[in-house]
Design a protein around this ligand. Structure first.
Ligand code: NAD
Length: 371
């Protein structure tokens, strides 16, 4: 019997509403018995934590996160906290979790459920059945390199500087993650970089080739220039299975891939840290890609699928429960096939439902599948 410790941080706005639906799914899995169960702790993060404690995440919540097998994160932010000082803004809670646990590997799946293929801006034939994983390096590169500044020049102009820095070990560890993940998928990795014009691109290419040769010769590796990758994603997305890339290109390519699948409310993500040398387990945070959606919060309109699908990722990558992850993903597909839609993915002639109704329908499908 394995008990998985989960820390649920609902956060603000619709984060609270979609977290209730994930708790419904967890309760069903717990009710089924079997060799795995979940112990769920809860805490505040973001604006809710600022209101209660004056900080976006407390030391107590960080301590709970440290002992959790997986952190489930809703969303943070809202206009109520627009004027709090920059250091304690709601997002500081998420950034602290990412930084303290060195969550360097960001997994962004782009899955196009057949029932939503017509909601994509690409032709159905290009996206139906699409299942891509973009693996983005999350803690290095252009967003963090120093110097990062705007300097006033003597001639009255200004000069903006961002610095892109990567070291061998930063590239090596994310390429290893890519190869490990590919082994559980199609066995193929694309690495996207700009080795034709960037020194960091040359290092990405050389370290990727060496890491692949030394650690994962069984995996098929293809190198692709990042601009060509952006183009090929639109031309023929199904040629890709897993794309590993740096922080900046990953930011752009993952949003591009995401839009093929319909709505923000459908997109889960995972951020993984380094494997613990003793237990082999990685610290991990799972969250929907979207934010707290203040425009619809408190109205029961939010789509809970991204949050529920993030929990499915937690089962797959932190709990060794791939079969149960499949059950959840199949339940989501079935509910969509049955014509249920939240407002963000609504189509003519289908049945419009709210957050709770969508959550209950998915939970019922899971219950049936596990019966
Ligand atoms: P957002 O993702 O919250 O919303 C963008 C649009 O998508 C809105 O129209 C919203 O209604 C819709 N949407 C988002 N999720 C949805 C869902 N599950 N179901 C149905 N519709 C959904 O982005 P935003 O409006 O730019 O930001 C709102 C707040 O969220 C800001 O305070 C921002 O800083 C914060 N934010 C937080 C995170 C995070 O917690 N990781 C990420 C992005 C933005």
């Amino acid at each position: 019997m394995t008990t998985h410790k989960l820390l649920l941080l609902p956060g603000d706005g619709i984060g609270v509403e979609i977290s209730r639906e994930v708790e419904r799914v967890i309760a069903i899995l717990n009710g089924k018995g079997g060799p795995n169960s979940f112990e769920v702790e809860r805490d505040l993060v973001g604006g809710a934590a600022i209101d209660a404690h004056g900080v976006a995440i407390t030391e107590e919540a960080m301590a709970k996160a440290k002992t959790a097998d997986a952190i489930l994160f809703g969303a943070v932010g809202g206009s109520k906290w627009d004027d709090v000082p920059y250091e304690i803004r709601p997002e500081a809670g998420l950034l602290r979790l990412r930084k303290d646990f060195d969550l360097f590997a960001n997994l962004r799946p782009a899955i196009c459920y057949p029932a939503l293929a017509d909601a994509s801006s690409l032709k159905r034939s290009l996206v139906e059945g699409l299942d891509i994983l973009i693996l983005r390096e999350l803690t290095g590169g252009t967003y963090f390199g120093e110097p990062k500044e705007i300097v006033a020049l003597e001639n009255g102009q200004k000069r903006g500087v961002d610095t892109t820095i990567y070291t061998t070990s930063e590239i090596e560890r994310i390429v290893k993650v890519a190869c490990d993940l590919a082994r559980k998928r199609s066995g193929k990795v694309h690495m996207a970089a700009k080795w034709n014009v960037m020194k960091t691109g040359v290092l990405w290419r050389d370290v990727t080739v060496a890491t692949h040769r030394n650690h994962a010769p069984d995996i098929e590796l293809e190198l692709i220039l990042a601009d060509n990758c952006a183009m090929q994603l639109i031309r023929d997305p199904k040629q890709f299975d897993l794309i590993v890339t740096d922080n900046l290109f990953g930011d752009i390519l993952s949003d591009e891939a995401a839009m093929m699948t319909g709505s923000l409310g459908m997109l889960p993500s995972a951020s993984l840290g380094a494997a613990d040398p003793q237990t082999g387990r990685s610290k991990a945070l799972y969250e929907p890609v979207h934010g707290s959606a203040p425009d619809i919060s408190g109205q029961g309109l939010a789509n809970p699928i991204a949050m529920i699908a993030s929990f499915a990722m937690a089962l797959r990558y932190s709990c060794n429960m791939a079969a149960e992850a499949d059950v959840i993903e199949t339940a989501i597909a079935k509910v969509l096939d049955n014509g249920l839609r939240t407002a963000d993915i609504m189509q003519n002639g289908l049945t419009k439902v709210g957050t709770e109704e969508m959550g209950r329908a998915i939970a019922a499908e899971i219950e049936t599948a596990l019966a």
